[in-house]
Design a protein around this ligand. Sequence first.
Ligand SMILES: [Cu+2]
Length: 645
Amino acid sequence: MVTEPARLVVTLQTATHRFHRDLPPSRVWAYDGSLPGPTIEVTRGVVQCVPGRSGGQPDPAAAALSGFSVVHLHGGMTRADSDGWAENMAAPHQPSLDTYPNDQRATMLWYHDHVMGVTRFSVYAGLAGLWIVRDERERELELPLGPPYELPLLLTDRNFDTNEHGSLTGDLLHKTDPKVMECFGPFTTVNGTVWPYLDVEPTTYRFRVLNGSNARTYRLVLTRDGEPDHERITQIGTEGGLLPAPVSVPAQGLVLASAERADLLVDFSDLAPGTELTLWNTATAPFDGTFVDPATAGRADLDGLLPYPEVLKIRVTEGGRSRGRVPRVLATDFRRTGRDELTGAVVRAIALVEQEAEVEGAPALLTMRELAADPAAGEPSITLVEPHGDAEERVTHWRTVATRFEDTTTFFLTLHRSEIWRLINLTEDTHPIHVHLDAFQVLDRRGATVEIADGGITATGTSATVRIGRDLDDGIPHGLDHNERGLKDTVRVNPKEVVDIVVRFQVFCGRYMYHCHILEHEDHDMMRPFVVMPAELMPARGLTGSHDRPNPGTHVGRPHLGGRWLRRSRRGGHGAAPGVERGRGTDRGADRSPATRGAARLDHRMGAVLRDPHPRRSRRVRAQAAHGDAGPPGRLPTAGRGDRR
Ligand SMILES: [Cu+2]
């Protein structure tokens, strides 16, 4: 726990890590060589400087891991120069220094690599760790703090290579099959262990759950004796910290897309020693938001790329029996903003768009398109039709003004001023959209019918009609779950859906990013910049604080049909693992691209080169990480599934 201004040195190291007792060790690339990285626990407002050292010699067998890196504290209210702008990377052997004020509500953040174009590989190789901010309010509520009753659960899916005999080698495998964009690993890991056990006493635990997967969405269902058993779970917080009041788990289970988090109290006090519970994933991949009956928990689905639905087994042991209090009032510093309070706010629209190949057999493209109102006559546009009052409709037309990361910046926001960002999904998958800097409020989620005109999606333009419906019957429960009504930093936008969020930046100005948190999408341009400016300086840029662009005459969005786009298929295979391969044997050569296997071999001596002016504090944080195989503090699930005692 860091309680005074501190300097913590974290180095990027290769190490070996055993994901399961029965697996050979895997090479990983991790913060301080530990997977997950050290769990860093700080007190609100206590500044922390983290010098890091990246790099070393790239491993020729893992060419995708170049040793370039930049760390992002996800959910952190961080000055722009320490926020991990994807292009501000450190080359191998170069030091970096980031400062984190930690002046924000208590919550669980995470830090991970964000380097331009290859984040999917470096996070997959192990560059991720947890960062817990504590504050007074959280202490007042007498929630479990720290081990053994507070336990972070970092979920990731991973795949492993096989040797010529078909046995798992332990080498991490991220396939770059030309037909598959996302990585959906068949094996779920919790804190770096595949299918672990967790022993609990008959009392109340606090689980801090994070989906740290590249692309996979989890829909978590807890069962006992084969039946969903959600009564014992209460959700008290989300990405942005405590909810105003506790909520129960949604009817179909707890859905967490990449980067989403849940703060849960789980009461085991009524259970006899020896009782077993299982946490399952019921979400198939790619995830599209469709409702699934929680009674299906435990069912494998090969077509849905869910060969092994088990996440975690929980065993109740002997121990002091007690039931933790669930406070009726949690956060006292957050009140939802209603739409009526946002009259006159700037509305910015972003379309999530998949672009079909123009040439048969060529790859489809995936883009995030910034829109502006009032297209010229005949210009391709998105028409949004919303119900307005009882019988009327409101119609808005939007033209496309940016599609690629490097296109002209169009989002200039005024510090302290609320805006509505409207996320319109024209694709068939759910995209978790993450905004850097301040957490946001999800205003609403509305189902819609989407009609894309023939040839309506081009490299520069978008022609579609999106009609927000009142009674859609598409199997997707459009609408906000209770656990989405607090502060969030990542929001799921399902297919056929328009999600409005209220963003407001309250402390820092500068250039930041927002993006899809499916890392394979983020790496391929589903990421855009925005700039926060103080009101006084807006005129100096020729801006008024509305959604003006500095150069409105420039129509950005050039055709980029080159090789940088990744190919994508609706249903790709994911398995090198036995029993998982989906019969695309002819693709195996491409799958085994050495560029994507294993972790880079970096210079282990780097740790000795850096000097830490406060070695004792650093060691304390590292000691937490070293508490168990897998990193975070607490009674760690480190035993493999074969370890039944
Ligand atoms: Cu996406």
